[in-house]
Write a protein that binds this ligand. Structure first.
Ligand code: MLT
Length: 412
């Protein structure tokens, strides 16, 4: 009889977003007339902008002509897309990268999960708490943890609490760790790291021979000057960090699928014999074996994000979501609710009113306001008592949602 991977049985609940989806489906079945507003999962709602759509169509048309047809592409992505990303997205930050250091993929969720393939199971992993659940769950799946305790902390993983008390800026781990996940702008708290804070992490990683897995999926939402968009803006980061980027939130690609991972050639880890080995080479080998690249029309569409026209259009959509974030934040604050994030990120992280538990607030918000959000505790034990609202809805829906929330909880 085939044996399953027992590590999967350690995972306590269903993955957070399907669980929310299930509760919302049950509610809508029981209340078919309720106008439910979804501000839960960070899924974009605005269509692809015209320049991207045109490039996407052209890519599809190319596939219909023998002269321009594309079969398997390079597993690492087409050079023209990698070079465009380097020129338009990294060079303006003063970051120089080689084409071979950029790996185009079908999204950063997959990459942040798959990257574990190239690291030994013995590595000690540190994650923030609360955290994007993928970092936690994929480490459990590969067997890097024991069971979860009564709080939801898995034995063997190192958690770095991020709460209002420490300004959502985690303290360095007190034990030796090898891999550190950081996500800035942060999902779920919507907070950012300053250059000094990131420099602190780079310094820490270099001193402790650790590698930072830096998720920059939300960098396009940074509005304040001086906040780093890439970890490679910090000196020394190429020796200790892998960066993940995504077109999902930047350009509305959640349903299109495209992202990228940067692994500098100088980044190494040790093999069993203590030799320093290039992680870039290992990832290249991994992708060549397990991945067949992103489809040509999708990469054409992704390249169009960085054309002058495309970028101007994309920035407008980002500004639209950030305006939603402002509306949510200001209205909740006016209702006396403590809020964080939402300035350089599309997420608002709020303290649940009246000291309610996260899921208690989820149910109340759904049942009484017909608004869906994400319970903070779903992102980790330190998220208990917090709640996340996404700014990716339509403006009308966001306005209606905050009106309902103010009516229910506002003191005015
Ligand atoms: C979220 O809501 O946290 C994100 O949409 C999840 C994701 O990007 O996979």
């Amino acid at each position: 009889m085939a044996r399953l991977n027992d590590n999967y049985l350690k995972l306590k609940a269903g993955y957070l977003f399907p669980e929310i989806g299930k509760r919302v489906r049950e509610f809508t079945l029981a209340n078919p007339d309720a106008k439910v507003i979804r501000l839960g999962i960070g899924d974009v709602t605005q269509p692809l902008v015209p320049t991207i759509l045109k490039a996407f169509h052209e890519g599809v048309d190319d596939m219909g002509r023998v002269e321009t047809f594309h079969g398997y592409g390079p597993e690492q992505g087409y050079d023209w897309l990698a070079n465009t990303v380097i020129d338009k997205s990294f060079e303006p930050l003063g970051v120089e990268l080689k084409t071979s250091e950029v790996f185009i993929s079908d999204g950063s969720k997959c990459d942040t999960a798959n990257i574990l393939d190239i690291f030994d199971i013995s590595n000690k992993v540190a994650i923030c708490d609360p955290v994007y659940p993928v970092y936690n769950d994929t480490n459990v799946m590969v067997g890097r943890s024991g069971e979860a305790d009564e709080h939801g902390y898995y034995e063997g993983l190192v958690y770095m609490p991020c709460t209002a008390e420490n300004n959502f800026s985690p303290a360095y781990p007190t034990e030796k760790v090898d891999l550190i996940y950081l996500c800035y702008p942060n999902n779920p708290t919507g907070t950012v790291a300053s250059k000094e804070q990131l420099a602190g992490w780079v310094d820490y990683a270099l001193k402790n021979e650790a590698i930072i897995l830096f998720d920059a999926a939300y960098e396009a939402f940074i509005t304040e000057p001086g906040i780093p968009h890439s970890i490679y803006e910090i000196e020394g980061a190429k020796k200790c960090a892998i960066e993940f980027r995504s077109f999902s939130k930047t350009a509305g690609f959640t349903g299109v699928r495209c992202g990228l991972t940067v692994i500098p050639e100088e980044l190494t880890a040790t093999d069993a014999a203590g030799n320093q080995v290039s992680l870039n080479k290992l990832w290249n080998r991994r992708q060549g074996t397990k991945f067949n690249g992103v489809s040509y029309p999708v990469q054409k569409a992704a390249a169009a994000v960085y054309s002058d026209e495309g970028w101007a259009q994309v920035k407008e959509v980002v500004a639209y979501y950030l305006e939603n974030a402002r509306i949510i934040r200001e209205n909740l604050v006016a209702a006396g609710i403590e809020c964080y994030g939402g300035v350089n990120a599309p997420y608002i992280w709020l303290k649940t009113p009246e000291g309610m538990g996260s899921w208690e607030f989820f149910d109340k918000l759904l049942n009484e306001c017909h608004v869906v959000g994400t319970p903070g505790s779903g992102f980790g034990p330190s998220g208990e008592g917090y709640f996340r609202l996404s700014a990716f809805g339509s403006k009308d829906n966001v306005e209606e949602a905050v009106r309902r929330i103010r009516e229910k909880w506002g003191k005015e």
